[in-house]
Design a protein around this ligand. Structure first.
Ligand code: GLU
Length: 423
């Protein structure tokens, strides 16, 4: 194959480089032709906007907003919008490509996209966040659309943010357009089960992997990094499966209890206090120590690049299930593989969220709403099937679950592109 290998990661980690290394590796194993490789390498569209917002003190502040559509080969592009101070274009590009691979792995008819605004939502008022979100929606009016590009929540955004996008877009379109966005509040056409969907998918993936490794949930311990929507619900559902959750963490630090943390108490604590700061249900440890704990299962459900060449060697878990997007830098993959750790990769493990987003979009277009039981049953089926497909590919190609997931995804997008004849 002639295409050039991406430059190796030297010191500063960049999620786009991690994504590209895996894409390259899987393309090579798959024997992807050069023109398809080149076509899938770069996003179809990268839009950057500046967003002037009147702040509560009367001053105007200008924010930077992004939407990257990586691919629309399998259908309208799909992916969340992230509000965080660290948002930058390369990160959004990586996250957009991951959405393409994620939707392809679970077999839903979407391409991949991601958006982000460089802001600190924790320090902004509701009014400021609303004005920012409406300005962003107006700026992206030609990008978003129920048949074109459909946002959803991600880090720093929530159902309220989606309600503002839905309202602003509907005003511009002159017609109520609930299907332009998913993860909406229930009363606005959201789906039952959507809030829990990513955590539920993490739980289903963990159970599938534990069965392959012949691990018994009742005798297993687990550490969960991150206690936002994904981390807290994953922890709760894994606890309900019988695992003992011995450590949890958030921005305030990590909390360890060898007898298991009471997850309901932790969730209640965060509801009252906004973070785990001051939580007494466990001893304080650092986030780095959490990753290296002697547990059976590790669920990184926070940020990118948490497991790297620096700490991969110290990880003791037998199984890692990636609730976050990109929590493992590509330079750590080899070390984890050599240690015999089974890694259920992000593009598979956290795909429960976008799967139920798809159900929400379907329900909006039908104008007919499903019971929670139906949503969960169908989402579980998608996740189990996707796990089995990736596991089978990992055996067929003799590669890690991560490389196998990329192979399954790239193969699907590449063969669809060929049929459509678009490069
Ligand atoms: N932000 C979520 C993710 O990274 C959900 C995306 C969606 O539902 O469109 O998968």
């Amino acid at each position: 194959m002639k295409y050039k290998e991406p430059a190796p990661i030297v010191d500063k980690l960049n999620p786009l480089e991690s994504m590209m290394e895996r894409f390259h590796e899987a393309s090579r194993i798959l024997g992807l032709d050069e023109s398809t490789y080149e076509a899938l390498k770069s996003p179809e569209k990268s839009v950057m906007v500046s967003l002037p917002v009147t702040m509560d003190d009367g001053n105007t502040k200008v924010f930077e907003g992004f939407r990257v559509v990586h691919s629309s080969k399998l259908g309208p592009s799909k992916g969340g919008i992230r509000y965080a101070p660290s948002v930058h274009l390369d990160e959004v590009k990586a996250l957009a490509a991951w959405m393409t691979w994620k939707c392809a792995v679970v077999g839903i008819p979407y391409g991949g996209a991601k958006g982000g605004i460089n802001c600190d939502p924790r320090s902004m008022s509701q009014g400021e966040l609303e004005r920012l979100t409406r300005t962003f929606t107006t700026a992206m009016r030609d990008v978003f659309g129920p048949e074109r590009d459909i946002p959803a929540p991600d880090m720093g955004t929530n159902p309220q943010t989606m309600a503002w996008i839905m309202d602003e877009y509907s005003k511009l379109a002159g017609v109520a357009s609930p299907a332009v966005v998913t993860g909406k509040p229930l009363v606005l056409g959201g789906s039952l089960g959507r809030v829990e969907a990513t955590g539920r998918g993490v739980m289903v993936s963990t159970r599938s992997a534990m069965a392959k490794l012949k691990m018994n949930p009742g005798n297993s311990t687990c550490a969960v990094q991150g206690f936002g929507n994904v981390g807290s619900i994953s922890a709760k559902l894994l606890e309900m499966q019988g695992l003992s959750i011995t450590a949890i963490s958030d921005v305030s630090g990590a909390y360890y209890n060898k007898n298991g943390i009471n997850i309901d108490e932790a969730i209640e604590y965060v509801a009252q206090n906004k973070s785990l700061e001051g939580f007494k249900g466990g001893d304080i440890i650092t986030n780095d120590e959490l990753l290296e704990l002697d547990v059976d299962v590790l669920v990184p459900a926070a940020l990118e690049d948490q497991i790297t060449v620096k700490n991969a060697d110290k990880i003791k878990a037998k199984l890692i299930v990636e609730g976050a997007n990109g929590p493992t830098a590509s330079n750590a993959d080899k070390i984890l593989n050599e240690k015999g750790i089974l890694v259920v990769p992000d593009i598979l493990a956290n795909a429960g969220g976008v799967s139920v987003s798809y159900f929400e979009w379907v329900q909006n277009r039908l104008g007919y709403f499903w019971t929670e039981e139906r949503v969960n049953r169908r989402a579980d089926r998608i996740m189990k099937q996707a796990f089995d497909n990736v596991y089978a590919a990992s055996k067929k190609y003799k590669v890690s679950m991560r490389t196998a997931a990329y192979i399954v995804a790239i193969d699907k997008v590449a063969s669809t592109s060929k049929l459509r004849g678009i490069f």
